[in-house]
Design a protein around this ligand. Structure first.
Ligand code: ANZ
Ligand code: ZN
Length: 808
């Protein structure tokens, strides 16, 4: 029976692998380690579509290859299950998030398991497990201890639909990244992590990472380092007594071209003018009402709207006051305009219409003066203006609290006597209480705030009455350190044993979507650096190499989505065509990082390829048995490392190519070289003594090993089922290629002219008479004796002699 039947065999081997624990990992100082990691999924209610496993297949192929190449592999999987998506799903479907999350995880896991991955499920983690988030809380407390977690009341991004504050990273084009609702600014109490303390190191260390350039570039832009200077302008009424206005500029050299200065509407100076007593005769801002109204209005605009270059700029002059250019003493009008952001630099700018587009536009609209003054040397400008060299970053501190239920409770207590007190380490985790109502309150407070029994507690310091912090952590908390937990997932004493951390970290290859460029990938680097600073981890960077997985779009070219009804469920594909076909197809569909539409037709092509391999090996085995029956000496022959013929060189070339391609995440070309080889092997005429097949047993086995990372079930079926091995192919050694066999073969071509040897030279083996003739007639030694026209006859003995008879 030579029927390729993945339905039967795939389940069988999955069971076998599990029962034999072949994917369980242990530290092994004797072998080099390789930590291969997928960005773990959040288990949404919709389950996986065929796009999700693409990255998992790649890490699976890669880690199987590395394991066969002698590495000790860590390839774990887990669930990023806290956060808005899980919670919004739970609310929509009226199921408690805990219940729906557990259900979704079960479903995801089942889907993933069917694809036959080599995950070490003993290391599975779940960010919502109290034994896990105990350590998320612990890390937060360490940050709090070091002054990196602080309370702030600054206006932050607020999503009116999700009813929670958001970090800058959660806002895309002024909209909530989760639900698309435009965010507004809201002043509220919040917890913030001082990621800005790490801005320079986050930037600097990017250079060490083997990451796609575009991801590094978006992190650089997000961090947004600007080298410039702060310069103080005196401001005030007629007597210029009010004080200094500091601006940030990257172009001090334009100092003589400044024609006005602009404040952001939130600038504290405006408030100061309203409240401060003024010296006699000072008018202060004379149009204060107008200014205030303008400032109010700009509150409703997002930063994006405010900085949009296309939008017309607006502003109001602060009448009654002026600023003085420190470089030349010139008196300048002072304006307030919302194209200047409060949150960047000093919240104030010196305007140079001749060199800055925004300023030019603004000056034109409001008829402000324009100056053609010359530029001056940098350093010189700083000296003249009394400025100070300054570096500013666009990166903002990380707004870390959410007014939502489904997250890690922030482990702090508010005591009337002692203020904010951390929950002692021994009392961690602070468990999320079970509640009936978990919908957002709409008041800007977390739903936890309504659970009196939970909220009211004792102060760990003075024992007096205290209240728990009711904000929860953002969904990015658990994923900021999960890769460390995999090294030692069940440890109850520490988040990971130091030796184990040292053995496994850093992650060697990390695979996931490019959408994480400036969120997860910055947050995790920040936490890692912090843990490094307090001596908890051994290295400065968590992820050494990164690959982005390209989307799998629907056959119609659109994104796969329930909304379009074009989602393809991997379960159906596995059911109909087999897991190996799905795996092979997703690796073959195109360059790994590219977005590529699904194609059932191409998928079927890979199913055919696998079926024909199975069929071929089956026939090969039959021939082997026939040959051995006919003459027992053939058994020895079949056992030879390789047989002659071209197939040997081809196989060695294929081993080289497939190895290099997998190492470089070029899975599609690896598979195509397997196809090319297979077609040659099928066609190759028999050589040597055995008539029926071109491959010896070791040659056949090498080919199946090359296939094993891509089609693990089929390879195992062939390995154990047809080739008769008793242990898994996935524990075998990866084939090595023979450099000698790959070299282009040559021979010494002897040239005879009229019976006399006149030349000998190296020529490629196997050339035709025509090729030999062309090469020969180019030789200087030959030209002396013949020319093209004077040839009567050529006798060519392949790979030996070319004999030329000249015309008499
Ligand atoms: C004078 C000047 C002249 C400027 C010129 C630019 C060009 P980057 O490179 O992004 O850091 N700026 C400073 N603070 C600002 C704020 N809070 N909101 C909006 N704009 C602000 O940009 C730095 C430049 O952006 C600064 O240099 C300042 O304008 C402006 F030909 O000062 B410049
Ligand atoms: Zn939202």
């Amino acid at each position: 029976m030579r029927n390729y039947d993945p339905k039967k065999t795939e389940k069988k081997w999955q069971k076998y692998w599990k029962e034999n624990g072949i994917y369980n990992t242990k530290e092994d100082p004797k072998n080099p380690k390789c930590y291969v990691l997928d960005m773990f999924p959040y288990p949404s209610g919709e389950g996986l579509h065929v796009g999700h496993p693409k990255g998992y297949i790649a890490t699976d192929v890669y880690s199987r290859f590395k394991k066969m190449s002698g590495y000790n592999i860590l390839h774990p999987m887990g669930w990023d299950a806290f956060g808005l998506p899980a919670e919004n799903y739970a609310i929509k479907n009226k199921i408690h998030p805990k219940i729906s999350t557990d259900k979704n995880i079960k479903r995801f896991k089942k889907q993933i398991e069917r694809i036959g991955f080599n995950y070490d499920w003993d290391r599975e983690i779940n960010t919502t497990d109290p034994e896990y988030y105990k350590w998320t809380q612990w890390i937060f407390l360490k940050m709090f201890e070091k002054g990196l977690a602080y309370q702030s009341y600054e206006p932050i991004n607020w999503c009116p639909s999700c009813q929670t504050g958001l970090a800058n990273e959660d806002v895309e084009d002024g909209k909530c990244e989760r639900c698309g609702t435009p965010v507004i600014k809201k002043s509220m109490r919040q917890w913030v992590l001082k990621i800005t303390d790490y801005a320079e190191r986050l930037l600097e260390d990017l250079n060490k990472l083997n990451w796609p350039e575009h991801i590094k570039e978006s992190q650089r832009n997000w961090i947004g380092k600007s080298e410039g200077a702060t310069i103080k302008f005196k401001v005030g009424g007629s007597k210029f007594s009010t004080g200094d206005l500091e601006v940030f500029t990257t172009r001090v050299d334009t100092i003589f071209g400044v024609t006005y200065v602009v404040l952001s509407p939130e600038h504290p100076l405006i408030q100061e003018y309203e409240n401060a007593p003024r010296p006699a005769g000072e008018m202060g801002i004379t149009n204060f009402e107008e200014v205030k109204k303008y400032a109010e209005e700009s509150k409703n605009k997002t930063d994006l709207q405010r900085t949009n270059l296309v939008k017309e700029k607006t502003g109001v002059e602060l009448k009654g006051i002026k600023a003085i250019n420190p470089a030349n003493g010139e008196e300048l009008p002072v304006w307030v305009a919302d194209y200047v952001l409060a949150s960047y630099g000093t919240g104030a700018v010196m305007a140079v219409p001749t060199h800055d587009e925004r300023d030019a536009e603004f000056a034109k609209k409001y008829n402000l003066p324009v100056s053609n003054a010359a530029l001056i040397g940098k350093d010189e400008a700083i000296k003249i203006s009394g400025g100070k060299k300054t570096i500013k970053y666009k990166l903002r501190d990380w707004v870390f609290s959410r007014q939502r239920y489904w997250g890690e409770p922030i482990p702090l207590v508010h005591c009337d006597n002692c203020g904010v007190v951390p929950v002692p380490e021994k009392d961690l985790p602070v468990k999320l209480p079970k509640v009936k109502f978990y919908e957002p309150t709409g008041t800007g407070e977390s739903p936890l705030a309504t659970i009196n029994k939970w909220v009211n507690t004792k102060c760990p310091k003075c024992g007096g009455k205290a209240k728990r912090e009711t904000n929860t952590m953002p969904q990015w908390a658990g994923s900021s350190w999960y890769y460390l937990r995999y090294a030692d997932p069940k440890n109850s004493e520490v988040f990971a044993d130091k030796e184990k951390e040292k053995y496994w970290m850093p992650v060697d290859v990390y695979v996931g979507g490019a959408e994480h460029a400036t969120r997860h990938l910055i947050y995790a680097r920040f936490w890692h650096k912090f843990l490094y600073d307090i001596g908890e981890v051994s290295g400065k960077e968590p992820f050494m190499r990164l690959h982005n997985v390209g989307l799998v779009t629907a056959e119609d070219g659109r994104k796969m989505s329930k909304r379009w009804g074009n989602v393809i469920n991997p379960d159906d594909v596995v059911e109909k065509w087999g897991a190996d076909t799905l795996r092979m197809y997703e690796m073959f569909m195109g360059p790994f990082e590219q977005a590529i539409p699904w194609s059932e037709k191409n998928l079927i092509g890979l199913r055919r390829f696998l079926a024909s391999i199975f069929d071929y090996v089956y026939g090969w085995k039959e021939n082997y048995e026939k040959d051995v029956k006919a003459d027992s000496k053939n058994k020895e022959l079949y056992g030879r490392k390789d047989w002659g013929g071209e197939i040997s060189a081809d196989l060695n070339k294929t081993i080289k190519k497939v190895s290099e391609d997998i190492e470089n995440f070029k899975f599609n070309t690896a598979i195509s070289s397997l196809m090319i080889f297979f077609n040659l092997a099928r066609k190759e005429l028999p050589t040597g003594l055995v008539k029926s097949t071109p491959m010896s047993i070791p040659q056949m086995e090498s080919f199946i090993k090359l296939l094993a990372p891509f089609a693990p079930h089929l390879a195992e079926e062939i390995w154990q089922g047809i080739l008769g091995h008793k242990t898994s192919i996935h524990l075998e050694k990866w084939p090595v290629f023979d450099e000698e066999k790959i070299k282009e073969k040559t021979f010494k071509l002897v040239v005879q002219i009229d019976g006399k040897t006149r030349d000998v030279f190296e020529a490629p083996a196997g050339i035709s008479e025509e090729e030999a003739r062309v090469l020969t007639l180019k030789r200087e030694n030959v030209k002396k004796y013949v020319n093209e026209k004077g040839i009567e006859k050529i006798i060519f003995v392949p790979d030996k002699i070319i004999s030329i008879i000249t015309r008499p």
